[in-house]
Design a protein around this ligand. Structure first.
Ligand code: MG
Length: 227
């Protein structure tokens, strides 16, 4: 295994847009549901609702936080509404499954999505039995990544030592606390980063990748070169 990851015994993965590419369209559908929810709740049009969504996403790290704190939205109502989407675009990627299965130690999901969505998405991807545990938004009382409290709770619930763990996420902001807690951090490139080689990663990101399967094979010593 590549030296930088040789000490890792717990492999922590975000779910959406990390274990499958954003291009499959789930992100777009989720976003549509979020905007619809906001428009309906606040009685505003879709353009205004999208602006609210983006604003809360930036300011609170998650749209849900803004809706809870400023509008008293019930988290369960929000989550049930936004996750009511068609997941048929998610299909098993046998190469990725094999690469994940080959990792030494524990594989754990840490998502800001609901437990129900996580289970349904993993099932659709043929990964229902691949992970040792799932941390979902319910587990941190609906205050998820990127907040320290969510990570602290996640570590203690699952007995994870961040010093021997790696975090994979498609949001660069979600990797800041993991880095501060001594996890290895891997950014699964966002679509905005077209040229991964040219992208200058912030100091808190250990690796920027565009192909999770190839990266996992590489750190396991099964690839000639890193990408
Ligand atoms: Mg994600």
């Amino acid at each position: 295994m590549r030296e930088a990851f040789a000490h890792v015994d717990s492999w922590v993965f975000d779910l959406d847009d990390t274990l499958y590419p954003r291009s499959v369209g789930i992100h777009r559908r989720l976003k549509e549901r979020v905007v619809l929810f906001i428009a309906d709740h606040m009685k505003i049009d879709l353009v205004a609702a999208e602006a609210v969504h983006l604003d809360y996403y930036e300011r609170y790290g998650a749209t849900l936080q803004g809706l809870v704190e400023l509008h008293g939205v019930a988290p369960r109502a929000f989550l049930d509404f936004i996750h009511d989407i068609d997941l048929s675009a998610l299909v098993p990627d046998e190469e990725l499954i094999a690469a994940l299965r080959a990792l030494p130690g524990r594989r754990v999901i840490f998502t800001n999505a609901s437990r129900g969505h996580a289970a349904a998405a993993l099932n659709a991807m043929g990964m229902a039995d691949l992970f040792d545990a799932i941390g979902s938004i319910e587990d941190s009382d609906f205050v998820g990544k990127p907040h320290l409290s969510a990570f602290s709770g996640f570590f203690s619930t699952h007995g994870i030592d961040p010093r021997t763990s790696a975090m994979f996420d498609d949001r660069v902001g979600n990797l800041l606390v993991p880095h501060e807690q001594s996890m290895k951090t891997v950014l699964v490139a966002e679509p905005a980063i077209r040229d991964v080689d040219a992208f200058e990663a912030p100091d808190h990101v250990d690796a920027v990748i565009s192909n999770l399967t190839a990266f996992l094979r590489d750190i396991m010593g099964r690839n000639e070169r890193l990408r």
